[in-house]
Design a protein around this ligand. Structure first.
Ligand SMILES: NC(=O)c1ccc[n+]([C@@H]2O[C@H](COP(=O)([O-])OP(=O)(O)OC[C@H]3O[C@@H](n4cnc5c(N)ncnc54)[C@H](OP(=O)(O)O)[C@@H]3O)[C@@H](O)[C@H]2O)c1
Length: 268
């Protein structure tokens, strides 16, 4: 299967490297279309497939076209490639906020899959939600899911609105985690640890808590009960969080992200 990635930036490169690393495709079947000559040169040096500068040289040969340009570059890209595509080709878009219908209309194509990855995809620890238009077959969907799985875990959602919700949870989510980590690092430094000690204490604590959660059947609440002893230190911290409505604030943050994702989708 020949794969063409349009846009060899951060995500385009992440996908190309993940597919090759997992041997799901070969360099011979990997094509990248990049408009910036400087980036194209850098991609060629990496030896991850054939790099093209002109869409007419690569679009028709590909079984799957991955759209990995910035959302604001989508209208121009659609205009350029619309006359070149085969309407039966499968398109996978990772462009944030660009709807299935917009892509279908822009390209004059029917088989569209829309995915929302997140940054840890760069290290194979990503979380991707994806959905598709009705014309995509089960086989095509499985083929694309296998590719997406090389960057981490995936979930298929029936309703496109769930992509906005995934954007608010897993798409933006790494930043929420880093925000919480930074707050704990600041607290550690206030208590006398130096920066590197604070980073170690906090990052290893997050890592351990997440691994423990993933490797057992206990819920977050059950783990909290296990850590808290009556009148102890953890209970004191959690009581302060409750009193300061930290949980409500975290939920409000995620909901603000959802509102923004929905508004950006409507503004297209
Ligand atoms: N980064 C993330 O974590 C993340 C998460 C979820 C979704 N996404 C989505 O992934 C997409 C790519 O993001 P990114 O961070 O990888 O962007 P990026 O680094 O800017 O890469 C996009 C590349 O596409 C090139 N390009 C633009 N128009 C083109 C065209 N017509 N033909 C060929 N190449 C073209 C750009 O070249 P120029 O620089 O010359 O314009 C740039 O090299 C975005 O739509 C974003 O919403 C990203």
């Amino acid at each position: 299967m020949k794969i063409l990635i349009i846009g060899g930036g951060n995500m385009g490169l992440t996908y190309a490297q993940s597919f090759l690393r997992s041997h799901i495709t070969s360099k011979e079947d990997m094509m990248i279309l990049e408009k910036s000559p400087q980036k194209a040169e850098e991609l060629m040096q990496r030896d991850i497939g054939t790099v093209y500068g002109r869409p007419e040289d690569c679009i028709r040969q590909s079984d799957l076209v991955i759209l990995a340009v910035k959302p604001q570059d989508a209208p121009v890209l659609f205009d350029i490639i619309r006359p070149l595509i085969d309407p039966q080709q499968v398109f996978l878009s990772i462009m944030a906020g660009v709807k299935l219908q917009t892509i279908a209309k822009g390209l004059g194509a029917e088989k569209i899959i829309r995915a929302m990855p997140n940054l840890p995809a760069q290290i194979g620890m990503g979380m991707t939600a994806f959905t598709s238009s009705e014309s995509v077959t089960r086989i095509e969907l499985v083929m694309v899911q296998n590719l997406l799985n090389t960057t981490g875990k995936t979930v298929y959602v029936e309703k496109e609105e769930a992509i906005d919700a995934a954007t608010a949870i897993s798409g933006s989510g790494p930043a929420y985690v880093w925000f919480f980590m930074k707050s704990m690092m600041d607290a550690a430094q206030d208590m006398g640890f130096n920066q590197s000690e604070a980073e170690l204490l906090v990052s290893q604590t997050f890592r351990g808590a997440i691994e423990l959660f993933n490797k057992t059947d206990f819920t977050c609440e059950e783990w909290i009960v296990k850590v808290c002893s009556k009148g102890g230190t953890t209970e004191a911290a959690l009581a302060s969080y409750e009193q300061n409505l930290v949980r409500d604030d975290i939920m409000a943050g995620a909901k603000a992200a959802l509102l923004r994702a929905t508004a950006l989708g409507k503004a297209e």
